[in-house]
Design a protein around this ligand. Structure first.
Ligand code: 13P
Length: 248
């Protein structure tokens, strides 16, 4: 109750700067909705043109990653201050693709979350189990560990302002959406974990998204669940479907 919905697109490694501007122009009228926070998380090189193209609309721009140092000799990385200066409001941290392909650990993710708060960026921290883990029945143990380590040193006030995205790895890009029951069950358990860490008020305030093959058919049922406050959308955020998902 009282939590504002948030639907974010994660473009992943798609769209050149030119294509990015064209996509924003196409989606602008379709995602117009003042009751929902709408976020486009885009590749670093697309951030500046997307911020410009989205100026004056309800679209907020997010990054897909950032580094946990302020600046310095970290070739190829993007600093939090650069994101802020470019007009970024949100940053995805710890996406499962970054955990898997770029070996990010819960400890790295914790450093990034803390650094994001230092710069007033809102972290969208991703958690989620593999198919193996689900089949072994350790989904909740695994996710509780991701949440607890990811949030070490985060204050209750900070936690209340952030977003956690539950993305089961087996549902990402597979066309296999988790059932609404599966998604609600884990999102509710994440909220219980936040309640244990910070208390009721923070647990009621934090926004929890579901991600993994969200599409125009599954979005409205998912977003109607008590503990699901919106979605983190991959493939479907790159087309007109994203408008229908925002409005679901
Ligand atoms: P898909 O919606 O393409 O499954 O991707 C989900 C995701 O990883 C969003 O971060």
């Amino acid at each position: 109750m009282g939590r504002r919905r948030i639907v974010a697109g994660n473009w992943k490694m798609n769209k050149t700067p030119t294509e990015a501007v064209a996509l924003v122009e196409e989606l602008k009228p379709l995602v117009k909705n003042d009751d929902v926070d709408v976020v486009f998380c885009v590749p670093a090189i697309d951030i500046i043109p997307v911020v410009e193209a989205a100026a004056g609309t309800n679209i907020k721009v997010g990054a897909e990653n950032m580094y946990f140092e302020d600046k310095g000799a970290y070739t190829g990385e993007t600093a939090p201050g650069m994101l802020v200066d470019a007009g970024v409001k949100y940053v995805i941290i710890g996406h499962s693709e970054r955990r898997e392909y770029f070996k990010e650990t819960n400890e790295d993710i914790n450093k990034k979350v803390l650094k994001a708060f230092e710069y007033d960026l809102i972290p969208i921290m991703c958690v989620g189990e593999s198919l193996d883990q689900r089949e072994q029945g350790i989904t909740m143990d695994f996710i509780r560990q991701q949440v607890k380590v990811g949030l070490l040193g985060v204050t209750a006030e900070q936690a209340a302002s952030m977003v956690i995205a539950y993305e089961p790895i087996w549902a990402i890009g597979t066309g296999k959406t988790a059932t609404t029951e599966q998604a609600q069950e884990v999102c509710a358990a994440i909220r219980v974990c936040i309640c244990e860490l910070y208390g009721e008020e923070t647990a009621e305030a934090i926004r929890i998204q579901y991600g993994g093959s969200v599409n125009t058919k599954t979005a409205s049922d998912l977003f109607a669940q008590a503990d699901i406050d919106g979605g983190l959308v991959g493939g479907a955020s790159l087309k007109a479907d994203f408008g229908a998902i925002v409005n679901a």
